[in-house]
Design a protein around this ligand. Structure first.
Ligand code: ADP
Length: 164
């Protein structure tokens, strides 16, 4: 079974990584889809986001990483995937993800969404939280892998230098 895991991954966190590791165990092939945000301006470019995901998923042989635009269901079909993987942290994610999965089913009934509930230790982890903490010089070591933490710290340093 092939599955896709679409998202912004701006940047990838330990929460995303946990879902990737678990999903890659139960499917033959997992294609991570990095959304080229047309409306939202991401902090990291698509290439940077893909580069970080590649580094932290190096040990997972059945994981591929691609960028995509548009609907997740179309990305799934293009990759011959029957399943879209998404992660759930709590009720807020659930409300949003339920609706999204129903819209996706209406668009392409042949593709189903499978949810992974996050491990308790990752339930408060988000890309936006990691960026917020990094911006204020806080410790992000529990949020993101070291390579990502370095990139975040570097990004904010550069932004501060531009402001000077
Ligand atoms: P999107 O903009 O598509 O929501 P994200 O990168 O924020 O992209 O999230 C991609 C997917 O990963 C979503 O299903 C989201 O709920 C899930 N996710 C994000 N953070 C976590 C986490 N800490 N634990 C489990 N799932 C998560």
């Amino acid at each position: 079974m092939t599955a896709v895991y679409p998202g912004s991954f701006d940047p990838i966190t330990y929460g995303h990584l946990n879902i990737i590791e678990r999903a890659s165990k139960i499917c033959d092939r997992l294609v991570i889809g990095v959304l080229e945000n047309v409306n939202k301006t991401p902090m990291f470019t698509t290439e940077e986001r893909i580069g970080m995901i590649r580094k932290v998923t190096e040990g997972l042989s059945n994981v591929e990483i691609k960028s995509f635009e548009g609907f997740s269901v179309d990305f799934a079909v293009e990759n011959n995937a029957e399943v879209i993987v998404r992660g759930l942290r709590g009720e807020t994610d659930f409300a949003y993800e339920l609706q999204l999965s129903q819209i996706n089913r209406a668009l392409k009934p042949e593709v189903d969404t499978v949810f992974f509930s996050t491990d308790i230790s990752y339930s408060i982890i988000s890309s936006s939280g990691a960026k917020e903490i990094a911006m204020h010089g806080g410790d992000i070591s529990k949020f993101v892998p070291p390579v990502v933490a370095d990139r975040l710290i570097e990004k904010f340093k550069n932004q501060q230098e531009i402001k000077k």
